[in-house]
Design a protein around this ligand. Sequence first.
Ligand code: 523
Length: 130
Amino acid sequence: MTGEREVVAAALIRDGRLLLAQRTRPPELAGLWELPGGKVEPGETPAAAVRRELREELGVEVTAGERIGADVPLHDGLVLRAYRAELVDGTPQALEHAALRWVDARELGEIALVDNDRGWVPELVALLGA
Ligand code: 523
C-alpha cells in the first residue's frame, strides 16, 4: 500500500499581506484564488515541494516554514496541507496562474477562494496580524 499523497500550499506573507494566485484550471476552479502549491513528488519532502512549486509557478526562491491550519482531505487519497513560506529571492510572477494578488486580512475575507483553502482563513488572518 502506498500512503496518502500530499499536496502542499504555501502561505507567503510580506508586509502584512498574503500572496494569492488565481487558478486557470480545471474549469470548475478557474477564476478562484488559492495558496499556490501542488503535489509532492515521490521521494520529495513537503518543504522541497514548496520550494519547487513556488519556483515553477511564481519564479521565486522561498524557504518553507511551519505548517498552518488543518489537513484538508482531497479526492484519490490526496491530503492538502498549508505551510508558511518566506521569500528569499525574486518577485512573484503569475507563470502558471491567471493573476496574483497580495491581500490584507479584510481582502482575504472577501475574495473568492477555492473551497479547500477556506478553512485556513482564521489562521491566515491571525498571521496577517489583523
Ligand atoms: N488544491 C487546492 N488548494 C490549493 C492547491 C495548491 C491545490 O484545493 N491551494 C487542489 C487542487 C487539486 C489538487 O489540490 O485538486 C492538486 O493541485 P494542483 O492541480 O495545483 O497540483 P499539481 O499542479 O501538482 O497537479 P497536476 O494537476 O497533477 O499537475
